[in-house]
Design a protein around this ligand. Structure first.
Ligand SMILES: [Zn+2]
Length: 77
């Protein structure tokens, strides 16, 4: 993947978290309760299908940007 900022090739790696990788519209006060967040998106892109504890992520070392593609639907809690 080419970096959208500088057009150089990005390095593929992982972002991992024991309890899953989540995007939330508001900062969660307690990380352990992050599953309570409304509008949470659980990020998955094939790096860890069973545990959901890792996603592939592209890193641009020059721009200090990381891009994560995900294909999960928004969860309704
Ligand atoms: Zn870049």
């Amino acid at each position: 993947m080419k970096c959208p900022y500088c057009q150089k090739e990005m390095r593929l790696g992982y972002i991992q978290c024991r309890d899953g990788i989540n995007w939330t519209p508001k900062k969660q006060l307690i990380a352990a309760f992050s599953y309570l967040g409304r509008g949470k998106i659980s990020l998955q892109n094939g790096a860890s299908i069973i545990t959901k504890s890792a996603v592939y992520a592209y890193n641009c070392d020059d721009c200090k940007k990381i891009i994560i593609s995900y294909n999960d639907e928004e969860e309704c809690i």
